[in-house]
Design a protein around this ligand. Structure first.
Ligand code: PHE
Length: 337
């Protein structure tokens, strides 16, 4: 019996098989227990001898079983370690990096360009006073041109700015007669119904230069450089007369169409030209209200929509793509320059 048990223990190759052997030989229904139970039927003088013998066998089988159990356990741990070992020399898996939002890319590019020309970045509040958004920009209350921009009013005097132009007025006030050379990127708000080209909230970039002897040719040179840097060296610009209450004269700038090369297509609506921004020479009234002497200094200003620039630059056909955070749209701007 002992030999048989020991052979089975040695043959068990994992802890489950070993446990089966344990149950079979040492369990309640096993032969060793049977022997002990059967002691009562033996003649009294044989009992101590038999009892001692069975105990020795049980002891020995138990010991061998335990030793085997420990060995199997160690083997299992060893095997697991080998299976799960990490090869630290393997190259790592690439980490997925996000991409910059196309509007961020456009603003950064424009900022870099103007900073390289000596401009500073200015900021102003999005919740603005009627005074800075309109009055200081030569748009007194009741002026018909106020209707050009449908305004979200918070109270009679407070509104969500409809343009970044109030930063012009604020900056001039702050500089107290000194020269100004700023661009101001920021959010603006208008009561428009959202569609492919309109959004009740969008972003503009404003530019303002005030100094002695600033002329229209400074404006034109600056805008020409901007157009060529943003859209390609072969771009030409065209200034058309326009109207803004805070500039005189006022212009709108077009760039030559980069899709059809001037022969007319859907992008330029068959004209060969694409409208990009509004600009002009700062109106004397605006200078005066901010404490500047229009006889001594002059300046130019321009304002453009960031989304429009980005849409043209990257060929985006719906402004809503910028705000819906669809990763399939955003991830396309990984490497585009
Ligand atoms: N603020 C004007 C607009 O939102 C753009 C503009 C800015 C025009 C500066 C002229 C000068 O339409």
């Amino acid at each position: 019996l002992k030999e048989e048990a020991l052979a089975k223990i040695a043959a068990a190759s994992n802890s489950k098989e070993l446990n089966d052997v344990r149950v079979a030989y040492l369990g309640k229904k096993g032969p060793i227990t049977d022997l002990l139970k059967g002691m009562g039927k033996l003649p009294a003088e044989e009992r101590p001898k038999m009892g001692a013998l069975v105990n020795v066998v049980r002891q020995e089988v138990t010991e061998v079983l335990e030793a085997r159990a420990q060995l199997l356990e160690e083997k299992a741990v060893q095997e697991q370690l080998e299976k799960e070992s990490i090869d630290v020399t393997l190259p790592g898996r690439p980490i997925k990096v996000g991409s910059k939002h196309p509007l961020t890319k456009v603003v950064e590019e424009i900022e870099d360009l103007f900073i390289s020309m000596g401009y500073e970045i200015a900021e102003g509040p999005e919740v603005e006073k009627d005074y800075y958004n309109f009055e200081a920009l030569n748009l007194p209350k009741g002026h018909p041109a106020r209707d050009m921009q449908d305004t979200f009013y918070i109270s009679e005097e407070i509104l969500l700015r409809t343009q970044t132009s109030p930063v012009q007025a604020r900056t001039m006030e702050e500089k107290q007669g000194a020269s100004v050379k700023i661009i101001c990127p920021g959010k603006v708000f208008r009561r428009d119904n959202d569609d492919a080209t309109h959004s009740h909230q969008f972003n503009q970039i404003e530019g303002l230069v005030i100094s002695e002897n600033i002329t229209m040719s400074d404006l034109k040179g600056t805008l020409d450089l901007f157009a060529k840097k943003m859209f390609g060296q072969e771009r030409e610009i065209r200034l058309r007369p326009s109207f803004f209450p805070f500039t005189e004269p006022s212009v709108e700038m077009d760039i030559s169409c980069f899709k059809c090369g001037g022969s007319g297509c859907s992008l330029c609506k068959q004209t060969g030209w694409i409208e990009i921004l509004g600009a002009g020479m700062v109106h004397p009234n605006v200078l005066e209200m901010a404490g500047y002497d229009p006889k001594k200094v002059s300046g130019f200003a321009f304002g453009m929509g960031q989304e429009r620039i980005a849409m043209l630059k990257y060929g985006v056909d719906d402004i809503r793509h910028f705000y819906t955070n669809d990763i399939r749209f955003l991830s396309q701007f990984h490497r585009t320059e």
